[in-house]
Each structure stands twice: as structure tokens, then as C-alpha cells.
Design a protein around this ligand. Structure first.
Ligand code: RIB
Ligand code: CA
Length: 308
């Protein structure tokens, strides 16, 4: 039985679309009990993504602690910041108020294990970055996989990739970590690029739904959408699928990841199997996603800060 609200750790590398994922999660306290956010780098340094995570949470008036994660992928160093997709500061050069928050003292993987113990089998993970922290947690704590109810993941793809012919960024940047996670035994609900890409929210639609949104939040969201030229905010789609699983259809499967060097490195290899451990999203219904997105935007109504 799913616990309601779901005790959740969000593992993220903010990140323009991670911003919207945090927005969705924080706007649905009826669905999520956000226990912690764990940060990972790759889009930018882990210093930058950790600071962004803390400032975004403060903007959305959520007091979940942030635990800093890895400074490198399992098998290699991070590359240069992905400025084209996220800007030099990870947030399309938008400047958020300095929250002055500091990360928790534990490392991300230690916090995940401790919270999993506390939640007694009910903890769920939402992962929207490379899977390094989660893989380290499984390697360090072999009993952890029995303690996590489900992982919902923005990652992978049914066909075309964005960092290689078959590789989506969150999987391909740390393919070994992703394989460890898929093979951990925890059921993974994979919301891949081929689904998320079909759920853009163009600026005109955002303007219509956000008339009563807090002006600072509205302006920040608007600039992020503009920076991405109206393309989909992938990570927010995965969060929305936890709120309304019928945004997509699900295929039961077993999934693993190609880790060998070559054209297919980072590919999510999907074996359809009705008794499989994983579920793979397909056929998104954009209107259903828009409903969650609109509710999110309207949660941060004018006067939002005063009401807190
Ligand atoms: O492929 C999309 C993913 O990689 C998202 O999580 C986004 O934040 C990006 O860096
Ligand atoms: Ca991300």
C-alpha cells in the first residue's frame, strides 16, 4: 500500500528543468512529503547545483534539507558545465534570492540510507539527474535496495538520445551508476526522453495559466521557458507522473543499461516482460500533464509568501 503523502527524496542537478520539477513537488504537499533533496553535479559543479537546490527550495518556501552528493561520476570526472541547456549558473542566468541555507552535514548517500531506515520501507526516490548518488548508496549499503519502495526516474529513452544516438543525459553521463540502479531490484518507473519531449509548455500557454502567480516566480519561470525556447521541462514531467500516473501509458519490462564503450554506450535496453520489475512510460497525454503544471503554477499565487 502506497503511503499518503509519499515520503520522498528528490535527487537532482538543478538545472533549468530541475527547477520546474522542484516547483511541481513543492506545490503538491498532499501527494509528497519531501524528506530531503540530494544534489548531484554534471550539468554544473556539485557546489553550484547544491546552492541552486537550496535557493529554489527557499523560493518555494519548502524547508526540506539538502544533502550534497558526488563531485564526479562513478567512472570518470564531470565534463564542463552544460551552458547551452542550463546557462553558466545552471539557471539560465536567472538570479534567485540568496537563501543563506547550508547543506546538511551527511553526504547524500548516507542521508538516503538513514531516511530509508526511518521510513520503514515506504521511502520513494524521484531521480532527475545522473544516478551517481543512488548507485553509491546501493554500493555502500547493500540492504538499502530492500528498503526503497520505488524509484521514479527522468532518464533513458525508448529510441533517440540527446547526448548520443541512443543515450539520454541522465543515463549516459554515468552509465555504470544507471546500470547499478536498474539492477538493484528496486522497481524503476522510467519516464524517458521520448515521453518528456512530447510535453512542452510553450510561453503563450504559460502566460495564460499564470496570471495570478507570484510575480517573481512567474518572471523566473517565464525566463526559463524562454531560455529553453518553449521546449519540454523533462524533469517536471517525471514528477507529474507520480501525481497522475495516467499522464503516460506504462509497459512492464526489465531494463538495463549498456556500459561498454561504443555507439550504444548509455542506451537503456528494455526487455518487455509482463512479470518484469520496471515500468517504462510511453504515449504521454500532454493535456493531463498541463493540468498538473497549471495547478503547480497556480499554487504559487500572489500573496503566497504572506500566507506562509
Ligand atoms: O535529458 C534530460 C535531463 O538532462 C534532465 O534531467 C535535464 O536536467 C538534463 O540535464
Ligand atoms: Ca536534471
Amino acid at each position: 500500500m502506497e503511503k499518503n503523502p509519499i515520503p520522498l527524496i528528490l535527487d537532482t542537478d538543478p538545472g533549468v528543468d530541475d527547477f520546474f520539477c522542484l516547483a511541481v513537488v513543492c506545490a503538491h504537499p498532499d501527494v509528497f512529503s519531501l524528506c530531503a533533496v540530494t544534489s548531484v553535479g554534471g550539468n554544473n559543479s556539485t557546489d553550484v547545483t547544491t546552492k541552486n537546490a537550496m535557493d529554489i527550495l527557499a523560493l518555494f518556501h519548502h524547508d526540506a534539507p539538502v544533502f550534497r552528493g558526488s563531485d564526479r561520476y562513478l567512472t570518470e570526472e564531470f565534463g564542463e558545465p552544460v551552458v547551452t541547456a542550463h546557462g553558466a549558473n545552471g539557471l539560465a542566468e536567472q538570479i534567485l534570492p540568496d537563501s543563506k541555507r547550508v547543506p546538511g552535514k551527511e553526504k547524500a548517500w548516507d542521508a538516503i540510507y538513514r531516511i530509508a531506515l526511518e521510513e520503514q520501507g515506504n521511502l520513494e526516490l524521484l531521480t532527475v539527474g545522473p544516478l551517481t548518488n543512488i548507485a553509491i548508496a546501493f554500493l555502500k549499503y547493500p540492504s538499502l535496495s530492500k528498503m526503497i519502495r520505488r524509484i521514479t526516474m527522468m532518464g533513458g529513452t525508448n529510441f533517440i538520445g540527446n547526448i548520443g544516438p541512443y543515450a539520454e543525459a541522465n543515463i549516459g553521463h554515468d552509465a555504470m551508476a544507471a546500470r547499478i540502479v536498474f539492477e538493484s531490484g528496486v522497481p524503476v518507473h522510467m519516464v524517458g526522453l521520448d515521453s518528456t519531449i512530447q510535453c512542452p509548455v510553450p510561453l503563450e500557454e504559460f502566460e495564460k495559466m499564470s496570471g495570478h502567480t507570484d510575480p517573481f516566480i512567474r518572471n523566473t519561470m517565464r525566463e526559463l521557458i524562454r531560455f529553453r525556447k518553449g521546449e519540454a521541462m523533462h524533469d517536471a514531467v517525471a514528477a507529474a507522473c507520480m501525481i497522475d500516473p495516467d499522464i503516460v501509458s506504462w509497459k512492464t519490462a526489465d531494463v538495463t543499461v549498456e556500459v561498454n564503450e561504443g555507439l550504444t554506450k548509455g542506451m537503456t535496453v528494455i526487455f518487455p516482460d509482463e512479470n518484469g520489475n520496471d515500468r517504462v512510460a510511453h504515449n504521454p497525454v500532454r493535456e493531463r500533464y498541463l493540468a498538473v503544471f497549471e495547478k503547480t503554477v497556480q499554487y504559487y499565487r500572489e500573496g503566497f509568501y504572506e500566507s506562509k
